[in-house]
Design a protein around this ligand. Structure first.
Ligand code: MRU
Length: 340
C-alpha cells in the first residue's frame, strides 16, 4: 500500500500538510500547518521528524512565514524573515539539515530583487527545490547502497531513516527498498528505539506497507541477535556528520556500532549531502538535544519511572568514525579514512 506523503503543500498551496508521526501506527492523521508557530510546534514535538524531513519542513515553514509578514520595506521584510528562521532553527539543535535548509532559504531571499511578494514566490520555488533534491538524493543513496546488499540479507536498523524521515524513499531504508525492488530478499530487524519508539511505530509500519519482512526487537536485544549470527549488516541514518566522519544519530546508535564491531558485522551510515557538516570538526563539537524527562517517566502517558528520580534523556548520541565501515551518500560510498 503506498504511503501518504510525509510532507507536502495543501491543495491550495497555503498550508504545510504532514502526516502526524506521533499518532502512527494507530491512526493516520493529516495535519495542516498554517503558521510558522504551527510548523515550529510540529518539528519540536516530532509530528514531523527525521533530519531531511525537518529541513524540508523548515524551508516550507519559512514560506508560510514570508507570506504573513506585513512589512513596508524590503529590509523590514528580510529582517522579519530572519526572525522567523531563528524560531524554526531553535526547535531542534542536532540535525544539520534544518539550519542548512534555512540558510539556503535566507540566501535565496537576500539574492532576490523586487517586492516581498516576489521574494515569497522565490522562496516557495526554493523550498520545492530542496524537497525535490532530497527525493533525488534518497533514490541515489538507495542505488549506491543496494550494491552492498548481496543475496538474501538480514539487516538491522535503528530509529526511522525511511520515507517518513525524508522527502523520498529514505536514507538507511533506501538501499533496502531498492534491493527489494530488484527482487532480492531482504529481512529487516528494527530496534524499537526507546523512548519514543520510532523503530517499532514508524520503521516497522512503512516497511510492512512496502511488503518487506520486518521483525521488531527491544533495543537491548540487538547485541545478542548479532552474537547468534542472525544479522549480516547494520544500516542507520544520521542527523549530522562531522568533517572527520563522526556521526550523530538517534541515541542507541553508538551501542549498536560497538556491538557490530565486536561481532565483525559491517556498520553502514546512510545520509544525503545535506547531513554533512564540514564546519564541525568532530562529534564532540556537536550539540546533542536533550528532551523532557517525561518522555521516560511517562512513556505515552503511562507512568514508567518512580516520581522524583532524575532522568537522562539525550535524543542522539555520537558514533565515532572508527566504528563505521562506510558512509553511503548520494555522492557514492565513502570509506575510511573520512575527510569531508
Ligand atoms: O528524533 P528523530 O526521530 O528526529 O531522530 C531521527 C533520527 O535519528 C534519524 O535516524 C535521522 O534523522 C536520519 S533520518 C533520514
Amino acid at each position: 500500500m503506498p504511503l501518504p506523503p510525509t510532507i507536502a503543500w495543501s491543495n491550495d498551496g497555503t498550508a504545510v500538510r504532514i502526516i502526524d508521526q506521533r499518532q502512527l501506527p494507530a491512526s493516520e492523521v493529516i495535519l495542516e500547518l498554517t503558521t510558522v508557530a504551527d510548523v515550529c510546534d510540529a518539528i519540536a514535538n516530532l509530528a514531523v521528524r527525521g533530519a531531511p524531513a525537518i529541513g524540508i519542513a523548515g524551508a516550507m515553514g519559512l514560506v508560510v512565514a514570508a507570506r504573513s509578514i506585513d512589512a513596508s520595506s524590503r529590509e523590514g521584510f528580510l529582517a522579519a524573515l530572519r526572525d522567523a528562521a531563528m524560531l524554526l532553527r531553535r526547535t531542534r539543535p542536532t540535525a544539520v539539515n534544518l539550519p542548512w535548509a534555512l540558510d539556503r532559504m535566507l540566501a535565496s531571499a537576500a539574492a532576490t530583487q523586487g517586492e516581498p511578494a516576489d521574494i515569497s514566490e522565490r522562496l516557495r520555488e526554493e523550498a520545492d527545490r530542496i524537497a525535490e533534491e532530497d527525493r533525488t538524493m534518497c533514490r541515489r543513496i538507495g542505488e549506491c547502497g543496494a550494491s552492498l546488499i548481496r543475496g538474501a540479507a538480514r539487516v538491522l536498523t535503528h530509529c526511522n531513516a525511511g520515507a517518513l524521515a525524508t522527502g523520498g524513499i529514505g536514507t538507511a531504508l533506501a538501499p533496502l527498498y531498492v534491493a527489494a525492488e530488484r527482487g532480492q530478499h531482504v529481512e529487516v530487524f528494527v530496534d524499537e528505539t526507546r523512548p519514543l519508539l520510532q523503530g517499532s511505530r514508524l520503521t516497522a509500519w512503512e516497511l510492512s506497507r512496502a511488503g518487506i519482512p520486518v521483525t521488531v526487537l527491544t533495543d537491548g536485544a540487538a547485541a545478542s541477535l548479532m552474537r547468534a549470527g542472525r544479522i549480516d549488516l547494520c544500516i542507520v541514518g544520521a542527523d549530522r556528520i562531522a568533517a572527520n566522519g563522526d556521526v550523530a544519530n538517534k541515541v542507541g546508535t553508538y551501542a549498536l556500532a560497538v556491538a557490530a564491531r565486536h561481532h565483525g558485522i559491517p556498520f553502514y551510515v546512510a545520509a544525503p549531502a545535506s547531513t554533512f557538516d564540514a564546519a564541525t570538526a568532530t562529534g564532540s563539537d556537536m550539540v546533542i538535544e536533550h528532551r523532557s524527562g517525561e518522555e521516560v517517566t511517562h512513556t505515552f502517558g503511562v507512568v514508567t519511572a518512580p516520581e522524583g528520580v532524575s532522568i537522562h534523556n539525550p535524543a542522539f548520541d555520537i558514533t565515532p568514525s572508527a566504528l563505521i565501515t562506510a558512509i553511503i551518500s548520494d555522492t557514492g560510498i565513502h570509506s575510511p579514512p573520512f575527510a569531508f
